[in-house]
Design a binder for this molecule. Structure first.
Ligand code: 13P
Length: 249
């Protein structure tokens, strides 16, 4: 059984005071971890505070990105080794904003996936359907390629731990989420792709999330879909009240 997983992605928002206030406000209001696992993905400056908080809370911590090298002369980059040492649980990789503004490719994401796994954290690999949909009319290719390329050389033992985020960029921050049927179709396709790359057993373990204008109104229907194991919420994760409504859907 896959435990539902809900991730709030703060992106480049909030001050440290606002972030700490957010965490204070959700204390003792999180769902039972057997029912729903919850995480907050935050920028590096909040991660120390977040990991300290998570020690006494069912909340899990996530970084929004990292580099693929553990250490060295890479000014401004975030080390997966240091993130792991700090106690971070998950690292989001290949978010469409990383691909759009920082030229991240599937090849780079693949290196980062391996670095995160090597450091005993779990990657949340984000796939944006427009990446390939624009280039091909073949409906089936739009999500297959990013998933396959990001997982290139990843063992099946490691692959079953990963989380995949289906995040169509036209739905991100627009207030216009993908329909429930489109979402189920995409997540089902991602699962089939994983079954083809590995096997049914691995495909049944991998959690697949939807992200793009998720809110307290649409979360319930999305979570009912067979292949949708959770959601990634951006805008709606910035206010504790809204985030609480989503995680307690
Ligand atoms: P919004 O919820 O603001 O659309 O952002 C979604 C997202 O990018 C989650 O990673």
């Amino acid at each position: 059984m896959r435990t539902p997983f809900i991730v709030g992605n703060w992106k480049m928002n909030l001050t440290l005071e606002e972030a700490n206030d957010f965490l204070d406000q959700i204390t003792n209001k999180l769902p039972d971890t057997n029912k729903v696992e919850c995480a907050i993905a935050a920028s590096p400056i909040f991660l120390e505070s977040l990991t300290k908080y998570c020690k006494n809370s069912p909340l899990k911590s996530a970084a929004e990105n990292c580099f693929y090298k553990d250490k060295g002369a890479y000014t401004g980059e975030v080390s997966p080794y240091s993130l792991s040492d700090m106690g971070i649980n998950y690292v989001m990789l290949g978010h469409s904003e990383r691909r759009k503004y920082f030229n991240e490719t599937n090849k780079i994401v693949n290196k980062k996936v391996k670095a995160v796994l090597k450091n005993n954290m779990i990657p949340i690999i984000c796939c944006d359907e427009t990446m390939t949909k624009q280039k091909t009319d073949n409906h089936m290719d739009w999500v297959v390629n990013p998933v396959a390329e990001s997982l290139n050389g990843v063992s099946s033992k490691n692959a079953q731990k990963i989380v995949i985020g289906y995040e169509p960029s036209w739905a991100i921050g627009t207030g216009k989420s993908a329909s429930v049927s489109e979402t189920q179709e995409a997540c089902c396709l991602i699962r089939k792709t994983i079954a083809e790359l590995y096997d049914e057993e691995v495909a049944n373990q991998v959690r697949i999330l939807y992200g793009g204008s998720v809110n307290d109104k649409n979360v319930k229907e999305l979570m009912k879909q067979k292949d949708v194991d959770g959601v990634l919420a951006g805008t709606a994760s910035l206010k504790p009240k809204e985030f609480l409504e989503i995680i307690n859907y």
